[in-house]
Write a protein that binds this ligand. Structure first.
Ligand code: ATP
Length: 306
């Protein structure tokens, strides 16, 4: 009941925070539909995906008019392939995913999915097409079943169990006294970071989106959970257009394309092998992370902007 009385300005704060952290967009938009800053064009059409090829065409972007964040960002994620973005903190990685979700409109250039400009399609259809495994999944104060099925009210119990199995969280759920009816979230069971990510993976599998954004957690899970999650993510990403915001280079070595962002510009691009052979910023980052794996959270290319 208390939630009913939350003042609107408080919702505004939540909106901004969630938007910033990419934490839980489906929830955000259903709760705060009216708070959208971006409106659909009067003649907006639903997005039609056939493979979901993503193209950022010479994109310039600033949150505030006096500070440009992205400069002439131009890349393509071919349908069904994975592109990973690396770069120092603040280089603009998460901004790319916010723009793909059309949280903001860009200043110059164009972003398209299968040739359709994001500004010409409905936001509802855009968000239906994108699944996110966020850094830190926010769980609702509800059953674990509800949390997995969130956004897919018509999902059957069999479907929910199937995706929970695929996300390797079914056995854990079954071991709880109330099974799938167990309450989680702030007022229920507290799940570990790895368990929460598995719930997000199960939810994403149920949604079966054409496009996937994986916002890798900055803080590593223990290495066994980390490896298990990586294996599952590879499974979900298979044949799905995927954008990974990466903090640990070891997790993206087999991406079809790696972009190195530095102060809002793409300074290198290629596969892991090509970038090592180029012996530039990425190769230095790789060498540093190999020597100091504990520093993986602070992936930074050497500064080139001075
Ligand atoms: P990290 O690895 O730390 O998550 P990032 O590479 O994802 O960093 P972004 O979150 O994309 O970086 O931020 C890029 C730049 O944009 C930063 O300088 C940040 O301060 C700025 N920025 C991000 N969000 C906003 C906002 N809502 N308003 C103004 N500036 C912002």
């Amino acid at each position: 009941m208390i939630q009913l009385y939350i003042p609107l300005n408080f919702l505004g704060v939540i909106y901004r925070e969630i938007k910033q952290s990419l934490a839980d967009m489906e929830r955000l938009f259903s709760l705060l539909d009216e708070n959208r800053e971006i409106a659909d064009a009067p003649d907006a059409m639903p997005l039609f995906t056939s493979g979901a090829q993503v193209h950022f065409s010479h994109v310039d972007f600033s949150y505030e008019s006096n500070r440009q964040i992205l400069f002439d960002v131009d890349f393509t994620i071919l349908a069904g392939t994975t592109t990973a973005v690396v770069g120092h903190s603040g280089s603009g990685k998460s901004t790319l995913s916010r723009l793909l979700f059309r949280f903001y409109d860009i200043d110059q250039g164009k972003i398209t999915i299968d040739g359709q400009d994001l500004r010409s399609i409905t936001q509802t259809s855009l968000r239906q097409a994108i699944g996110i495994v966020p850094q830190d999944t926010v769980l609702f104060n509800d059953s674990i079943e509800y949390n997995i099925a969130y956004g897919m009210p018509d999902a059957s119990k069999d479907q929910i169990i199937a995706v929970a199995k695929a996300a390797h969280i079914h056995d854990f759920i079954e071991s709880l006294p109330d099974g799938y009816a167990s309450m989680v979230g702030e007022r229920g069971l507290k799940l570990s970071g790895g368990e929460k990510q598995r719930v997000a993976i199960a939810r994403t599998l149920l949604k079966n989106p054409a496009l996937l954004i994986f916002d890798e957690a900055t803080s590593a899970l223990d290495s066994k959970s980390e490896q298990a999650i990586q294996t599952q993510l590879k499974e979900i990403a298979k044949n799905r257009t995927t954008l990974v915001i990466a903090h640990r280079l070891s997790t993206i070595a087999d991406a079809e394309q790696i972009l190195v962002l530095d102060h809002g510009r793409i300074i290198e691009r290629g596969t892991h092998g090509q970038l090592l052979a180029a012996d530039g910023a990425y190769a230095q980052m790789w060498a540093r992370q190999q020597a100091h794996p504990e520093e993986a959270q602070a992936v930074s290319p050497p500064s080139i902007s001075q």
